[in-house]
Design a protein around this ligand. Structure first.
Ligand code: 3PG
Length: 213
């Protein structure tokens, strides 16, 4: 299955910031059990690469990607850890090229028409719209689509999305999925409250099912 299709099927991609490698496997299991099997582990912490490797090894039902890839080295480390897709908050042609060269399906970030245009020129088929709510939300995406729909570009908005505003985003067909940290609250992860995380994942997965039966 193409990665865009896999992301679309999930509808919501938990954005994970992990400090303790030991949390990776129970966290991934909780998210998969809740109905969200596609995960983005951000390269913002030391534990990111080993967390991805552990999830690949021990939770085969999960589809794990790497987020916050800002440099070619981060792309290489993500690929070596076993990430099956990569995401960045912004558009950097050097990073897009590194991902292409290493065969890692990659979703660069954009927040303006100019960045979107450059991302398309660099070969992106899908972009992360970040920071979604602060950059104009679903209204901005609809406006961008007015000019760019014919290119076939797809969006993954992230930043400020929650169970409350998820439906307005998923109502737009060009929005493949939404990313967000709301299903993995910092305090729940810190406390090892994987039941709460599973419940939040289940709530998000149920919304996706309702909106995209
Ligand atoms: C990201 O990491 O992509 C965003 O910061 C997630 O934003 P959120 O915390 O508002 O979901």
């Amino acid at each position: 299955m193409e990665i865009v299709e896999t992301l679309g099927k999930a509808g919501v991609i938990p954005v994970i910031v992990i400090d303790r490698e030991a949390d990776a496997v129970p966290l991934a299991r909780a998210l998969v059990a809740g109905g969200l099997p596609v995960l983005e582990v951000t390269f913002r912490t030391e534990a990111a690469a080993s967390a991805i490797a552990a999830i690949r090894r021990e939770v085969p039902e999960a589809v794990v990607g790497a987020g916050t890839l800002l440099t070619p080295k981060m792309v290489a480390d993500a690929k070596a850890a076993g990430a099956v897709f990569g995401v960045a908050p912004g558009f950097d042609p050097v990073v897009v090229e590194a991902a292409k060269a290493s065969g890692l399906p990659f979703c660069p970030g954009i927040a303006t028409a100019s960045e979107l245009s450059q991302a398309l020129t660099a070969g992106a088929k899908m972009v992360k719209f970040f920071p979604a709510e602060a950059a104009g939300g679903v209204k901005m995406i609809k406006n961008l689509l007015g000019a760019f729909r014919f290119t076939g570009v797809k969006f993954m908005p992230t930043g400020g999305i929650s169970a409350e505003n998820l439906p307005t985003y998923l109502a737009v067909p060009e929005i493949v999925c939404c990313g967000g940290t709301w299903v993995v609250p910092k305090d729940a992860l810190k406390a090892g409250d994987f039941d709460r995380i599973r419940a939040l994942a289940a709530e998000a997965a149920a919304l996706v099912k309702d909106l995209r039966p």
